[in-house]
Ligand binder design. Structure first.
Ligand SMILES: Cc1cc2nc3c(=O)[nH]c(=O)nc-3n(C[C@H](O)[C@H](O)[C@H](O)COP(=O)(O)OP(=O)(O)OC[C@H]3O[C@@H](n4cnc5c(N)ncnc54)[C@H](O)[C@@H]3O)c2cc1C
Length: 433
């Protein structure tokens, strides 16, 4: 019987060999590419970090990706849509959507490290749009609901999100406030036992197919950090309209503008304390940022691996492109950087699981991840030459998709501001003289 490592490698090899390089006729005329069927590079850190159970979970995820996701990614990317209910149900049936959620509501009650193992494996999905949509469902929409929501709200929204029957989205950003979360304008005004919601949310992942939104809205006037609440809003409520946003990458992930016009929801749909929404959302952001970091590690490994394979077989001036010292030195350097980021991400996850405040380290990891994927995709695309500039090359999809990491979930500059504040060197640092 093959060892687990060998089996995993076999799975990966099967996965890539079933996805042979395909190019359109115009490209085929100019290039003759033997697309790689082997994975040439993988991390030496990840297998030693995760325990047996976590590796088993990764193997389950790998199977679902191989059978139910990757064969369809190109089609979904072209359609700019994927069947969220179908994919999430598959993941829900496998127990993967409630890993860190309470067993009382259908979750597995495991630590965030198990989530990280799954999120890292999701990096082998052949586009970021889909893995991002799954991460939103798993790690960004119901952390506050799990922690602070009433039993009734959890039964109504958390249980079906964990089982994969409901698609969830998180509504924080607005046309006039993305980085500046405190300045959002959407209002939820109390009227008897109800809230009447008016406003707009923008850039909302999963929103066009979502069954409910975890909405951040102003529930009173006054101090902008104390006047907001998180509210569970059914997306079929009267007064909600949606508009699709077309993006340069992450095509299959649906992103929408959501309009609220006198939308009525019960006031009991507020998660936890009225006015504590900003604080709850800041807590949710920590997990979102860790999820984003864990989710990109294997993507970078795969980009490097594809680039090694492509440049190894592509010849110029009588030798492989890879045989130029500049090329293999750069690839070695980028692989080293990704292992450094992996080590930081793993350490931060361990500290988070331990109950420590990881705001500074999670912000550092998110900053580094955003910058590294830009460097990796830009450098690797260059090494693919003209082929890298085609839609068919895997590297060009990652180049478009991963550019988002420096913007979404808190832009690089916001991460720098948080880090500087906590280093006590920003004018906004609470204790700076
Ligand atoms: C594809 C996609 C999916 C998304 N999904 C979601 C989602 O599901 N839910 C959700 O709520 N939001 C989502 N977002 C929104 C995302 O979080 C915001 O785009 C992000 O927070 C930046 O906000 P903004 O776009 O309004 O940029 P702005 O706030 O207008 O900032 C523009 C730029 O200004 C610079 N900047 C801003 N503040 C500072 C500062 N203090 N110092 C220096 N420079 C600064 C940064 O470079 C920043 O990129 C998504 C966005 C995209 C593109």
């Amino acid at each position: 019987m093959a060892s687990r490592k060998a089996q995993q490698r076999l799975l990966r090899i099967c996965h890539w060999s079933k996805a042979p390089y395909q190019c359109g006729p115009a490209t085929r005329r100019y290039f003759s590419v033997n697309y790689p069927s082997l994975q040439s590079y993988s991390s030496s850190l990840s297998d030693s970090y995760y325990n047996e159970e976590q590796l088993q979970m990764q193997a389950t995820v790998a199977k679902i990706i191989e059978n139910d996701i990757n064969p369809f990614v190109d089609e979904w990317e072209a359609k700019e849509e994927f069947p969220a209910h179908q994919v999430f149900k598959k993941l829900g049936d496998a127990g993967l959507l409630g890993i860190d959620k309470s067993p009382d509501y259908g979750g597995l009650g495991l630590s965030y490290k198990y989530m990280a193992a799954v999120m890292e494996e999701l990096g082998t999905v052949k586009c970021n749009g889909l893995s991002m949509a799954i991460l939103v469902q798993m790690a960004m929409t119901s952390q506050a609901l799990q922690r602070f929501g009433s039993d009734e709200l959890k039964k109504e929204f958390l249980v079906p999100s964990i089982s994969g029957d409901y698609v969830a989205c998180i509504g924080v950003s607005e046309p006039g406030a993305g980085s500046d979360v405190g300045n959002i304008q959407t209002k939820a005004v109390r009227k008897g036992d109800d809230l009447i919601i008016n406003g707009q949310k923008m850039w909302i992942t999963n929103s066009l197919q979502a069954d409910w939104m975890c909405l951040l809205a102003n529930t009173s006037d006054g101090n902008k950090y104390k006047n907001k609440s998180l509210i569970c809003v059914p997306m079929n409520s009267k007064g909600i309209t949606k508009q699709k946003i077309h993006k340069i990458g992450n095509h299959c992930s649906d992103t929408g503008i959501i309009f609220f016009e006198d939308v009525k929801v019960p006031a009991k749909n507020i998660i936890g304390d009225v006015g504590a929404g900003f604080f709850y959302q800041m807590l949710q952001f920590q997990e979102e940022r860790l999820a984003a970091c864990a989710g990109m590690l294997k993507q970078v490994d795969l980009i490097l691996s594809d680039t090694i394979d492509y440049t190894r077989q592509r010849k110029a001036f009588g030798k492989s492109i890879l045989d130029n010292q500049y090329v293999y030195f750069r690839l070695a350097e980028l692989a080293s950087e990704n292992e450094c980021l992996r080590a930081l991400t793993y350490k931060t996850i361990d500290m988070f699981v331990d109950g420590q405040d990881v705001t500074r380290l999670a912000s550092m990891a998110k900053l580094k991840a955003g910058r590294l994927v830009r460097e990796v995709t830009d450098t690797c695309l260059q090494f693919w030459g003209g082929m890298g500039y085609t839609r068919e090359a895997s590297v060009s999809r990652y180049f478009r998709d991963l550019r988002l990491l420096s913007i979404g979930g808190g832009a690089d500059e916001i991460m720098l501001e948080i880090i500087a504040k906590l280093m006590n060197i920003s004018p906004a640092s609470p204790t700076k003289k």
